[in-house]
Design a protein around this ligand. Structure first.
Ligand SMILES: *Cc1c(COP(=O)(O)O)cnc(C)c1O
Length: 474
């Protein structure tokens, strides 16, 4: 006689039918939100009561899925950054896209760990790596992987650079003499990466820029010569494709030339700018990028993949792997079975457990196609030109930096212009009409509109201009 064993309770639904209905409601609600983005403000401040609701006690007892979702609908959804909204122009945020969101949902369902082992999700990531290599003209021996973002990819790229130079110098050689170069417009994560790697931010020489925000080669040459004369060891040149403040692109072909002559590792921070390679009219700006030793960029900015999806590409895959190699008994590789498929992604970075960022990227790239994504990138640059023209035609406004790509820095004229423009930025954000950010350029606080969102229209840019004029006139 068969004895029925008591079932061990799992975390799966007790009532699949009910949870299925709830899951469909959640998907529908998010689709409604995406479809109706324009009907709401870009951003709204969070009321104190909502903020206080996040100070709840430890959730020892269960809630229904429906109750938790309701709290999300009331407490989270309305008070998010606003980067989905076509009026969002602050910082450099991607707008996301439905195909990417659905890919992320499927990835959550699969719950794949892409640290290693032999399974299809890793093949998806390898597929994206092959596409990335091809896109940027890197050889088949180049390695790469998804990481959180360009901050992490820069850190890892610089780690590989240091490992390569110390390896080439032989054991026992000191890293105390190493020095690095980047333009003064380099992103703050680069000096921080040098700090985190134990080299210290003091090793970074900040090379002055020209009137267009690009690294000056004469200044670079002078800095290298001075360091060599002092007995120091230049090892790294960081070029930026799309500076975070004004969107400038360093002269990458010249930097590649210098790197070769001076035997420096050329790392390019192309966080958002590298993907201009997808837009035929912008791609020539990136000439020389194909000669970089390593490249960091984000799919979550201009390519609109949902956060987070950064990527590191390294020309010399062997050096890359050597820089992160750390054998462990429980990570033994085999030629058959689940432990096959070496090398694994965990051999190329600091993370062992890794999520399936590749899937939302694969969905985004395949669903829209690269040509279409390139068109949206180009469109944001057309909008930037429109904003530049509007600023130049308004006597009360002043253009504060040349427009290379998709970032426009400008300000409202007036006495105490710094305080005035800081107030305008906040007023415009709180109005819900648009969301510019601010930055400092040559000692001036300026309004900064980074046009990244694929949903932004000319009328949204015009609304920003009108709002700045309105709040500036108060
Ligand atoms: C955004 C950005 C970064 C940082 O990238 P994250 O993905 O936010 O970590 C680095 N450099 C530049 C030029 C950027 O625009």
């Amino acid at each position: 006689m068969a004895i029925e064993e008591p079932r061990i309770p799992s975390l799966d639904p007790e009532d699949w039918q009910a949870d299925r209905a709830q899951a469909h409601r959640m998907l529908d609600d998010m689709l409604d939100h995406l479809e109706g983005l324009r009907s709401g403000p870009v951003w709204r401040p969070m009321p104190d009561a909502v903020r206080a609701s996040f100070d709840a006690a430890l959730p020892m007892e269960p809630s229904t899925l429906g109750k938790v979702h309701e709290d999300f609908l009331h407490g989270v959804l309305p008070y998010s950054t606003g980067n989905l909204h076509p009026g969002f122009m602050g910082w450099v945020h991607g707008g996301g896209n439905l195909a990417g969101m659905l890919g992320e949902m499927l990835a959550g369902g699969l719950n794949a760990n892409l640290g290693g082992r032999d399974h299809a999700p890793i093949e998806v990531e390898r597929q994206v790596l092959r596409w990335v290599r091809q896109l940027f003209g890197f050889p088949a021996s180049a390695s790469g992987l998804f990481v959180t973002g360009t901050s992490m990819a820069n850190l890892m790229g610089i780690h590989v650079a240091r490992h390569a130079v110390l390896g080439s110098l032989g054991s026992g050689s000191a890293q105390a003499d190493l020095v690095a170069y980047a333009s003064s417009a380099v992103h703050g994560c680069v000096p921080r990466a040098l700090e985190m790697l134990g080299l210290g931010r003091g090793v970074l020489r900040l090379v002055p820029t020209d009137g267009c925000g690009r690294m000056r080669l004469d200044e670079l040459d002078a800095a290298i010569a001075k360091d060599r004369a002092a007995g120091l060891h230049p090892f790294l040149l960081v070029g930026t494709a799309g500076t975070v403040d004004i969107g400038a692109v360093d002269p990458l072909a010249d930097l590649a030339e210098r790197a070769q002559q001076q035997r420096l590792w050329l790392h390019v921070d192309g966080a958002f700018g590298a993907l201009a390679i997808l837009a035929p009219r912008l791609a020539p700006l990136l000439a020389g990028l194909e000669r970089a030793d390593s490249l960091a960029f984000d799919f979550h900015k201009w390519a609109q993949v949902p956060y987070d999806a950064g990527f590191l590409l390294v020309r010399n895959g062997e050096l890359h792997q050597a820089a992160f190699a750390s054998p462990a008994a429980y990570l033994q590789r085999e030629t058959r079975g689940l432990a096959a498929g070496s090398p694994w992604p965990c051999d190329f970075g600091p993370d062992l457990s890794r999520g399936f960022r590749a899937l939302k990227t694969w969905f985004t790239l395949r669903t829209h196609g690269l040509r279409r994504i390139g068109q949206t990138i180009e469109q944001t640059c057309v909008l930037a030109r429109h904003l530049e023209a509007r600023v130049l035609s308004e006597p009360k406004l002043e253009l504060m930096a040349p427009v290379t790509l998709n970032i426009v820095c400008f300000r409202h004229r007036g006495s105490h212009a710094d305080a005035l423009n800081a107030r305008i930025a906040v007023d415009v954000q709180e109005s819900g009409i648009a969301a510019p950010s601010t930055t400092w350029l040559d000692g001036n606080l300026v309004l900064r509109a980074a046009l990244v969102n694929h949903r932004t229209q000319t009328s949204d840019v015009d609304a920003l201009v009108e709002a700045v004029l309105k709040f500036g006139g108060r």
